[in-house]
Design a protein around this ligand. Sequence first.
Ligand code: BG6
Length: 810
Amino acid sequence: MSDPSLFLVCLSVHPRHPGMWKMLIVVMCVALLGCLQAQELQEHVSIILLGATGDLAKKYLWQGLFQLYLDEVGRGHSFSFHGAALTAPKQGQELMAKALESLSCPKDMAPSHCAEEKDQFLQLSRYRQLKTAEDYQALNKDIEAQLQHAGLREAGRIFYFSVPPFAYADIARNINSSCRPGPGAWLRVVLEKPFGHDHFSAQQLATELGSFFQEEEMYRVDHYLGKQAVAQILPFRDQNRKALDSLWNRHHVERVEIIMKETVDAEGRTSFYEEYGVIRDVLQNHLTEVLTLVAMELPLNVSSAEAVLRHKLQVFQALRGLQRGSAVVGQYQSYSEQVRRELQKPDSFHSLTPTFAAVLVHIDNLRWEGVPFILMSGKALDERVGYARILFKNQACCVQSEKHWAAAQSQCLPRQLIFHIGHGDLGSPAVLVSRNLFRPSLPSSWKEMEGPPGLRLFGSPLSDYYAYSPVQERDAHSVLLSHIFHGRKDSFITTENLLASWGFWTPLLESLAHKAPRLYPGGAENGRLLDFEFSSGRLFFSQQQPEQLVPGPGPAPMPSDFQVLRAKYRESPLVSAWSEELISKLANDIEATAVRAVRRFGQFHLALSGGSSPVALFQQLATAHYGFPWAHTHLWLVDERCVPLSDPESNFQGLQAHLLQHVRVPYYNIHPMPVHLQQRLCAEEDQGAQIYAREISALVANSSFDLVLLGMGADGHTASLFPQSPTGLDGEQLVVLTTSPSQPHRRMSLSLPLINRAKKVAVLVMGRMKREITALVSRVGYEPKKWPISGVLPHSGQLVWYMDYDAFLA
Ligand code: BG6
């Protein structure tokens, strides 16, 4: 709006019109002036801010809307802003007026101009109570009337849900049934986290919202995607493709750190925090989003929302599953006390909610295999800072004395690229690139920056970096509001993206649910208490746990609990321990057997089961057994589901994901079961079972595997040999087709007679679900028809049971 006098004339025509009419007149005036400027048809956008008097609205959203108005009003759009809440009109109006008091203009705007703009914005902003279905119908009518009177075409409506998620469904229903814009105009609903609590609840919420809105109508906010340094990651990678192409991979990157440290604690919001904790609050969303932007394959067109999403999803698919050992968690010491006070809990209450977490993430693809990605966040830490730091390997040896090293040339100085999200010693968003890497190119909205003299960042003086900061700093919500307005979906979280992220985090959250976090005093006093290290796929605190000030749940574990117990089960040796210990013992035993076999026979034939129990074993073998003679190992399948080998349900696929892609087994030593022949799955006529049996006979001396790894099902099945199976329990056949009671029903399996020829059979049994069958099978005799596992009795080989305490201590 460039001519204030015209605007005043407009207003003065109807000086005393109250409420909506005044707003209407302002809309018309603004529209008219905009038309005069833009010489094109005005399009009107209605923005409805639900929760208009709440904290987020007060702190960021009204200011963001004002900025949007300043940016867009002269460009062919007119606006009306409806602040809404459940509060009655008079009181709501007052509260909203308060929230609008502190609007500010960009620094370079003259005060008088600023005052005018603010005044116009306030004229366009009205409070309304939105509580009942009738309130929503009335809102719709008012918008339509407004459009009609002003002769405006409707561009669209934005509903910003700045309300708790329990309110979503009602609001969504009302919008869907009575507040959708007319044909040709768009609807955008903006949602703020939390989007669920785990994969299941996120799925439920997504399904519910999906019944009211189309996917393209939903804009789920992760405000980190609006932070300028985060929003710059893809454009930066794109603009510097040439320099980064050869560097952005496992050969050159030492590690990636994605960090958000906070000094504040959770006081005042423990009712939220107690339910979420730091992993759900920050890692599952903000830090994971940053991770995907750093790690994704760069789309040809980085502004294509569809391509960005597709590439993000590929990152999720390549993430290695997290285990309990992938994370360390902590809790600042006064947290439980705050929870007791705020949530009226008894004195005996101790929370297990983590307020600090560090997690080691691996991405199993060609680009990133072996590169640690460390995600870390915490409350009550010593400083507030956020960044994504890519640390490159130093592969050069510098002969010249260190005192002659020059920042721009020496390959021996640290080489790093930092997307500095904010705060810290730098105090602003920035992109830093070590001078010995390359001189980056950034868009004109970023300028070279200087910091205070003597400032050191990440081990180097600021002068060792090319350092850039935004010409104009913008708040994340204001950036995102602009992206919503322009329909830029790449800055928001789609349903698929959300569920992929929860799918990744939920197993870790479940495994940590009962883990007592390490207590820390908070602030600078934390000292080195939270420092952590990582190796072999695990992350652990560098210092021993000091005396725990508050006991964890349940009886304190005794040292003997962690020892491996040796006993007998069904008259064969039994190894029992807590699961981690057990897996590591089994992996060691397998390696020792393999080494012996290779030494004696030149090769090792290992037949592996599928399912979930061996996953941890595969991961252990992949990450902690560098002496394993993989080059001389043949891998066979104990059983297979009749699905294509690429299907996620396929046992071979599990083996591939958790083991094969990390070790170097010659491909001709890998023997998947031929369940997919002639484009058919397990058709008798294709003779897949016979083909596999012939392959075994041809390659495995005497058809006697060196080691067969089995599991035991809750019904007593083993391999894919189920109770009452007509095949595979006896007879001549080495490999059989069987039927499982659960899907997929068709299976291929080694037969009991073949299994019993093995030199060694290991049966791995883990988890509480196996307690009953473990107890039962310990008492029964040889009854393979009823319990196929009872038929596992190697003729001349050895049988060893590996059971974790959860399964065994019944
Ligand atoms: C929010 C979390 O999403 O992000 C808060 O719920 C956290 O716990 C906040 O403090 C941090 O955001 P920022 O913008 O201050 O870094």
